[in-house]
Write a protein that binds this ligand. Structure first.
Ligand code: PLP
Length: 433
C-alpha cells in the first residue's frame, strides 16, 4: 500500500533516544506517526530523509519556510554576512534595515524590537503591557497557543471533557512542572464570544488581551464579523493593550500579517516564523508610545542572540521577496487550489470534513460538517482517523501535520499541488471508508 518506508528514521530516532530524550528536540516532534523522521536536506517544496525518500513538505517546520527550503536569495544573503561576523553584542545596520521593512509592511509597527523566538516575543509583549498599564491581568483564549513558557501555556489544548462551562472555561495547566503561580494573573475566556470579552474588559483592570487574530494553532477559525472590531474598541475605551500574536499569521497570510488582511490594528503584535524563512528571528512591533518605554531602562528586555546579523540579513532577503505582489498572488492561487482539491477528495470519499483558513495556512477538520466557531467546536474532530490519514499520506510521499494544519510555500506550484492532490486521493482510496 505504502510506497515509502521510514525504517532508518525509526531506528535512528530510537537509538538517539539514549542521548537525546525521545530522540527529538521539541516535544511537538514526539509521537509523530509512523515515526519522527530524520532529514538530510531540504530544497524547494521537498524534504529528503535518511531513508532516501523525497517528501512534499506541508509542515514547513510549522510555518517558517514560506519561500520553501533553501531559497537561493535568502541563503546568499546569509552567506554574505557569515564572513563579516556572527554576533557583535552591539548594533548593525542590518537590524535597522530589517526594522524599517517590518514597519513598512505591518500597520501597528511604529517601532520594532527583535527577539530570539516567538515565545520570547510574547513574553516581551506581555511584560510591556503590564508595565505601561500598571495592571496585572492578562486575558487569553481557549485553544490559542502563545509559546511554551509557564506564563502562557494554559488552556491551549484542554482535553474536551475538561473544558468546563463556556462562560468560564477551565484554566488548564498544560505541562507538568509548570509553576501554577504563573497563571494567577491570567484569565482564560472563550474566543469569538463578543459579550464575554467586552464585558470583562469593561471592568477596567485588564492589562492586555492576547489572541491569534485568526486561530491557526487549534484549527483554521476566523473571528466572527465584528468581533475583532468590538475587542479593539473595548480595549481602546478601557486602556487595555490589544496584542495580536502573529507568530504564524505574520508575513504568511500577507506581508502585513492578519492585522492588515483583516483590517484591525492591535497595539502590539508578535512575529517570528515566516519572517526569516528558517533563521531564528522574532519581533515585537507596536505603537511608539508603548514601545518607546523600553528605552527608559525600567522595562527589561534582553537576549544575547537578538538581531543576530546573519539572521537579520536573511530576514531582509525574505521580506524583500514577500513584498513582491507575485509572491502572494501565486500562493493564494495554488493554496486555494489545494484547499478546494482536498475538500473535494474528502467529499468524494464520503468523509465529512471542513477545510478552513487562508490559502497559506489552513486546517482540515475531519468529522466536522460546519466550520467551528471556537475551540469547543473542534471537539467532534476525529483526530485518530485524521492521524491515520496523515500517516498513510506520508507513505504516498506527502508530509502534512497530524493536527490538520497545512502550511503552503511559494514552491508549492500548480504541479506540486496536483501531485499532492493525487496522493491525497490515492491515500483515501488506500485507507477506504
Ligand atoms: N505564538 C504562536 C501563535 C505560535 O504558533 C508559536 C509557535 O508555534 C509561538 C507563539 C511560539 O513561538 P516559538 O516556537 O518560536 O517560541
Amino acid at each position: 500500500m505504502s510506497n515509502f518506508t521510514f525504517s532508518r528514521s525509526e531506528a535512528r530516532v530510537r537509538e538517539a533516544a539514549t542521548i537525546v530524550p525521545g530522540g527529538v528536540n521539541s516535544n511537538f516532534r514526539l509521537g509523530v506517526a509512523p515515526t519522527p523522521l530524520v532529514f538530510e536536506r531540504g530544497e524547494g517544496p521537498y524534504l529528503h530523509d535518511i531513508d532516501g525518500n523525497r517528501l512534499i513538505d506541508y509542515y514547513l517546520a510549522l510555518g517558517p519556510m514560506i519561500l520553501g527550503h533553501s531559497p537561493a536569495d535568502v541563503i546568499a544573503a546569509a552567506h554574505g554576512q557569515l564572513d563579516k561576523g556572527l554576533l557583535y553584542g552591539g548594533q548593525s545596520e542590518l537590524e535597522y534595515e530589517a526594522a524599517h521593512r517590518v514597519s513598512a509592511m505591518v500597520p501597528c509597527a511604529e517601532r520594532v524590537r527583535f527577539a530570539g523566538s516567538g515565545s520570547e516575543a510574547v513574553q516581551l509583549a506581555l511584560r510591556l503591557a503590564r508595565a505601561v498599564t500598571e495592571r496585572l491581568t492578562v486575558i487569553k483564549f481557549e485553544g490559542h497557543y502563545h509559546g511554551w513558557l509557564d506564563s502562557v501555556l494554559w488552556s491551549n489544548g484542554t482535553p474536551f471533557d475538561q473544558v468546563g462551562p463556556e462562560e468560564s472555561p477551565t484554566k488548564y495547566r498544560a505541562s507538568a512542572g509548570q509553576d501554577p503561580a504563573t497563571g494567577e494573573n491570567l484569565e482564560v475566556l472563550s474566543w469569538n464570544q463578543e459579550e464575554q470579552i467586552v464585558s470583562r474588559i469593561a471592568k477596567g483592570d485588564v492589562a492586555a488581551v492576547i489572541m491569534e487574530a485568526t486561530m491557526c494553532n487549534s484549527g483554521g477559525i476566523f473571528a466572527k464579523p465584528g468581533y475583532l472590531e468590538a475587542v479593539r474598541d473595548a480595549c481602546t475605551k478601557h486602556g487595555t493593550i490589544l496584542i495580536f500574536d502573529e507568530v504564524i499569521t505574520g508575513f504568511r497570510v500577507g506581508p502585513g500579517g492578519a492585522q492588515k488582511r483583516l483590517g484591525v490594528t492591535p497595539d502590539l503584535a508578535t512575529f517570528a516564523k515566516a519572517m526569516a524563512n528558517g533563521f531564528t528571528v522574532a519581533a515585537v512591533a507596536g505603537r511608539a508610545e508603548i514601545m518607546d518605554q523600553l528605552s527608559s531602562g525600567h522595562i527589561m528586555h534582553g537576549g544575547t542572540y537578538n538581531a543576530q546579523p546573519v539572521a537579520m540579513a536573511a530576514a531582509i532577503a525574505t521580506m524583500d521577496r514577500l513584498v513582491q505582489s507575485e509572491t502572494f498572488e501565486a500562493m493564494e492561487r495554488n493554496g486555494t487550489r489545494l484547499m478546494n482539491g482536498i475538500a473535494e477528495a474528502f467529499a468524494e470519499a464520503g468523509l465529512p470534513a471542513t477545510v478552513t483558513g487562508y490559502p497559506q495556512i489552513f486546517t482540515v477538520a475531519l468529522g466536522l460538517t460546519e466550520p467551528a466557531e471556537n475551540y469547543r467546536g473542534l471537539a467532534k474532530v476525529d483526530r485518530a482517523a485524521y492521524r491515520h490519514f496523515t500517516a498513510a499520506l506520508l507513505g504516498n510521499g506527502v508530509r502534512a501535520l497530524e493536527r490538520g494544519a497545512w502550511f503552503l510555500c511559494t514552491e508549492h506550484t500548480e504541479d506540486v499541488v496536483d501531485e499532492t492532490l493525487a496522493a491525497v486521493r490515492k491515500t483515501l482510496a488506500d485507507i477506504g471508508p
